[in-house]
Design a protein around this ligand. Sequence first.
Ligand SMILES: *Cc1c(COP(=O)(O)O)cnc(C)c1O
Length: 231
Amino acid sequence: MTHEAIPGIAANLETVRAKIGKAQNAAVAPAKNIALIAVSKTHDAASVEEALVAGQRDFGENRVQEAKGKFPLLREKFPDLRLHLIGPLQSNKAREAVSLFDTIHSLDRESLAEALHDELERTPKYIEIFIQVNIGEEAQKSGVAPRDTENFVRFARSLALPVTGLMCIPPADENPAPYFALLKKIGADTGLENLSMGMSSDYETAIRFGATHVRVGTAIFGERPALISAQ
Ligand SMILES: *Cc1c(COP(=O)(O)O)cnc(C)c1O
């Protein structure tokens, strides 16, 4: 990775924020507040700092280990940054995840709900949790099936987990709109108002369908090495 990309980050952020504002204005029923999560996986701490200096505060990482290497030092300099876990979480990393992250977008099974519950009992902390829905019912993606989501939300609430929203990653190379619409409907049915949906290629569409959190990597930080893509 070269540092030539760094001078572009502030400008990219400005472009993305402007597009978010435009999409919000054009939408019939957009969310009132839309959080831009800058997905910094694979990008170094210097790139994240560039974004912080440009005023960005929400960041997304998909691996506990990688976030642990980058963010504690950045947090010392920018105590108001917020870190979002957007990738799959192993139950045995629940403790580390709770201590590192402010929001977890990838709760997808009962064993993980129990591990998070145990950890939050042991170390109470203000945190937000989103349930990941496998919105296209794809074998290779994690997430609760759409038809199981209502029951799963009930289960998470029975553990008093601070669940505030739903997250999805629509199937690649398909029109994402129907999937965003479905997530919004499940959110309405379950009383969860936060919707984490939309990436570099489709965040404007997601905003049309009520996204409250968009997760944008490439459009801010540039291309990642080909091996590491969304899961
Ligand atoms: C990598 C990733 C993103 C960002 O993807 P871009 O296409 O680079 O914007 C968003 N969400 C999840 C879950 C990811 O893993």
